[in-house]
Ligand binder design. Structure first.
Ligand SMILES: [Zn+2]
Ligand SMILES: [Zn+2]
Length: 453
């Protein structure tokens, strides 16, 4: 790339700034790293307490109370009850600069924990009318504990921070109970990204199948948009012995199910991104000799771009409606838009990758394939540039196939990665602040070698 004289002059100028800024960042980083290491035991203790006392989405009362009292003890301005049980705290640095938000989700899942951990959850509750165990089976207990640790680290270097940190402890990432609002969407609706306005947001997710010490990320579309659909096929009920006198919704549904399979295989541009259309339930009929009136199906849609999302929605409607019509039946199609794509802003990602390389070591930072799972962190990223990454939580030397996936009763997290998680969030925050308040590219800061290890 050719550089104009004015750009070269500006670069030379910024070079001077980089040098002095890096020296300061270097000592600040060293202090934060030391503080994070010193807090490891405390974070593990918090995590075990949260793990033993999980709460479902929008019911994180005790979790939120513990978080709030910790943040208050650190001298922060704390708001509770944001988006139901959410907690938001502000840490104003000693120097002016941007507002960086850090987010942790707090909810557990209706999963009954197996295994013999000393701090195993024995909590039982009712969910959707069923008795169930409750478990931190996605590792959100670790996110809460890590972010509490980060808050303590950052409070200890408060005077040297070039900006404000907004700590967001969010309820109901896995979805609010039926009929309730919740999660990131509700917190945003209640103004979590305003007053003061957030300039960038960072978040991490622990991963049970990634080794401790490893960080993973992906630029751009990282996790899928998730939408749900429901199709009701209305036929005409008749005797099972005389199908010609009715309209069979079961045979029609079977054709619709097969028709839906062509959306991904024949309509989606698969060289751009993957997509999924799943039929998750199909119900019809009551007796062997009755052709019923109706059939209904529900399913999930995963896409990685707004274009693919619109295309899939349109094709589901067209296929269901037209197949039903061709059979003399009628299809009612409802599509519920859920979470958007978890999309790592490419510019922000580019700026922050060197920070993660510096914290984890270059060989321990990996690019991960896009995941068809979803994450409601995506709602924040729709509003402000955001970066979401994954933290290793699998014991070193474990085979991936031996590590239980998220949302299962044997889900397990090795606690050895918590310090790396804390350091990552701390450094992303301070490097972003340096970048934003001085106009210095983070790449240059870390490349100077004073902030890396
Ligand atoms: Zn989950
Ligand atoms: Zn999760």
């Amino acid at each position: 790339m050719k550089k104009s004289p004015s750009i070269i002059a500006a670069l030379a100028l910024s070079g001077v700034v980089v040098y002095s800024a890096s020296a300061q960042v270097g000592t600040l980083n060293a202090r934060m790293d030391k503080a994070a290491e010193g807090l490891e035991k405390k974070v593990v203790t918090w995590r075990r307490d949260f793990h033993q006392h999980p709460e479902l989405g929008n019911r994180e009362f005790q979790t939120a109370a513990k978080v709030a009292s910790h943040l208050q003890a650190l001298g922060m301005e704390v708001k509770t009850g944001v988006g139901k049980t959410g907690v938001v705290a502000l840490l104003k640095g000693g120097k002016p600069g941007p507002v960086v938000a850090l987010r942790a989700d707090m909810d557990g899942l209706p999963v009954t924990e197996r295994g013999e951990l000393a701090f195993k959850s024995e909590v039982r509750t009712e969910y959707n009318g069923q008795q169930t165990g409750t478990m931190h089976a996605c590792g959100h207990d670790t996110h809460v504990a890590i972010l509490m640790g980060v808050a303590e680290v950052m409070a200890s270097v408060k005077n040297d921070l070039r900006g404000t940190v907004k700590f967001i402890f969010q309820p109901a990432e896995e979805g609010a109970p039926a009929g309730e609002e919740g999660g990131a969407k509700l917190m945003i609706k209640e103004g979590v990204l305003e007053n003061p306005k957030v300039d960038a947001i960072f978040g991490l997710h622990i991963n049970s199948q990634t080794e401790v010490g490893t960080l993973k990320y992906r630029p751009g579309a990282t996790m899928a948009a998730v939408d749900t659909y429901a199709i009701k096929i209305k036929g005409k009920q008749t005797h099972g012995a005389a199908p010609w006198s009715g309209v069979d919704p079961i045979v029609t549904s079977a054709q619709v199910v097969m028709g839906l399979q062509t959306i991904v295989s024949r309509n989606v541009t698969l060289t751009d991104n993957a997509a999924v259309v799943t039929v998750g339930a199909l119900h019809s009929g009551i007796r062997q000799n009755i052709i019923p009136e109706e059939a209904s199906m529900i399913g999930t849609i995963r896409t990685f771009s707004p274009e693919a999302q619109q295309l899939v929605h349109r094709r589901i409607s067209e296929i269901a409606t037209n197949i039903a019509e061709s059979a003399g039946a009628k299809a009612d199609v409802t599509i519920n838009v859920g979470c958007p794509v978890t999309y790592n802003d490419p510019k922000l990602t580019d700026q922050m990758v060197p920070t993660l390389e510096a914290v984890a070591g270059k060989n321990n930072l990996k690019i991960t394939p896009a995941s068809t799972g979803a994450e409601d962190f995506s709602f924040y990223q729709e509003k402000v540039p955001g970066f979401f990454f994954f933290l290793g939580g699998m014991k070193k030397g474990t085979k991936v196939e031996d590590a239980a996936p998220h949302h299962t009763p044997d889900f397990h997290i090795d606690e050895g990665g918590f310090v790396l998680g804390m350091k990552s969030l701390c450094r992303l925050t301070t490097d972003y602040m340096e970048f934003a308040s001085k106009g210095v590219a983070v790449k240059e800061l870390t490349a100077s070698g004073t902030s890396g290890k």
